[in-house]
Design a protein. Structure first.
Length: 426
């Protein structure tokens, strides 16, 4: 009986071990499922460079749509500013920020100025707009003060650009003035590398992580215009910029702007790296933080669009494409912009770029581009803007196009006239 008992226990133990091992093997073979994120696309009043005619507020799609970031398939309209009673005629979506269960949407209207504001839109009720910020001292009534871009700091404050200026709002949506009554960034009063005396347009803003022991980050901006000197990339102190000296400028491309910055090709590219006399316009950017132990604070991707009167391709010079910069923050008041590396220069794919978005989980870059390469007027054939997808290797660096049969990742349509902003979110 003792032997039978031992034999029985041995059998049970063997079975238990077999089941346990089988279960562990089964668990080990299970691959975690990664759910693809959504690409939100805002179609408002966009900018594709000096000399490029794009869709104005009256002819743009005036909607925010959703697309699968892995397949490019449409997930439908998130919110449509053409329908409902939320906004006035001519109001366009300009910039988006993902807040988990809701989205913040910056709008512009150059006629009904009261619709220049930031709305809060719940993802489960996208037809209902709740006003998040509408301070009239910040959202001014001048027709030329077109809202362009916005970013949110870690303390919840917001910065948005309105043509030449940029404003900061507190967490209640109330304007924070700089030096009494000035906008947070006022290039008209500034000199030095960040801006020239004659300003034009702050096309896009982005915020860096706060430096050690600070609660707000430096502001990265694109300043764009029709001349070489106006097109520059800069970094403003976390305390804003209105100085008549260069004190408020934390770092900038050279005093002569983009055209004065030395560029080089990525390892997989060949071609000239100089520019035409007018130089390209900077139209959109993506800032990618690079945490320690990286030597840089981040990588900045910027889209270039040549002045079409003199630069419709890259044969005689580099004027259209995508460039990556190193951003290095050395103190609370100093940051540098260096190592301009050309990642993409095929203007048959990237032409008249207007917006970019980056998915850090898949290292994917999405670029909104004009659907009529080589054309100064992107509205003549009434095509919507295409969206190209790339994979980004920041170390090498290399940008690789993702496509099927050389077609854009998302082909232009009625909802992409044109693309003022894109965002990756759940």
């Amino acid at each position: 009986m003792g032997r039978n008992f031992v034999k029985t226990m041995a059998t049970v133990t063997a079975l238990t071990l077999t089941v346990a091992c089988s279960k562990k093997a089964e668990e080990a073979s299970i691959t975690p499922v990664t759910v693809a994120k959504t690409l939100y696309v805002a179609s408002g009043a966009c900018y594709s460079g000096a000399g490029v005619t794009t869709y104005a507020a009256g002819t743009s799609s005036r909607a925010v749509t959703k697309w699968a970031s892995d397949t490019g398939l449409s997930s439908g309209v998130f919110t449509d500013l053409n329908v409902g009673n939320n906004v006035a005629v001519g109001t366009v979506p300009q910039s988006l920020i993902d807040k988990g269960d809701h989205i913040l949407m910056l709008t512009d209207n150059s006629v009904s100025f009261s619709d220049r504001k930031i709305f809060k839109i719940m993802k489960n009720a996208p037809g209902t707009y709740v006003t998040y910020a509408t301070d009239p001292s910040a959202f001014t009534v001048a027709a030329t003060h077109v809202t362009r871009s916005m970013a949110q700091d870690v303390d919840g404050t917001m910065i948005f650009s309105k043509s030449l200026f940029a404003e900061r709002l507190n967490t209640l949506g109330v304007r924070i003035a700089k030096g009494g009554a000035n906008p947070w960034v006022n290039p008209a009063a500034a000199t030095g590398n960040c801006f020239t005396a004659a300003g034009s347009q702050i096309q896009q803003v982005a915020l860096m992580s706060p430096f050690t022991n600070t609660n707000q980050g430096k502001l990265i901006y694109l300043h764009t215009g029709a001349t070489a000197a106006l097109n520059r990339i800069g970094i403003v102190q976390r305390t804003g910029l209105t100085s008549a000296t260069a004190l408020d400028c934390a770092g900038s491309s050279l005093a002569t702007g983009i055209i004065g910055t030395s560029h080089s090709n990525a390892p997989n590219l060949i071609g000239l790296t100089g520019f035409t006399a007018t130089g390209p316009a900077v139209t959109s950017m993506v800032y990618i933080p690079t945490p320690a132990p990286a030597l840089t604070s981040g990588k900045l991707l910027v889209s270039y669009s040549g002045t079409l009167a003199t630069a419709v391709d890259n044969n005689a010079a580099f004027n259209i494409g995508i460039v990556m910069y190193d951003i290095t923050e050395s103190s609370d008041i100093v940051a540098t912009i260096t190592n301009a590396k050309i990642l993409w220069r095929d203007e048959s794919v990237v032409f008249a770029p207007s917006a970019m978005a980056y998915d850090a989980t898949t290292s994917s870059l999405y670029v909104a581009v004009g659907a009529s390469p080589g054309a100064a007027n992107q509205t003549t054939q009434a095509f919507g803007y295409n969206i190209e997808k790339f994979t980004l290797d920041t170390a090498t660096p290399i940008l690789t196009r993702v496509h099927h049969n050389n077609q854009p990742f998302i082909i232009g349509n009625a909802y992409t006239k044109c693309i003022s902003h894109m965002m990756i979110a759940d």
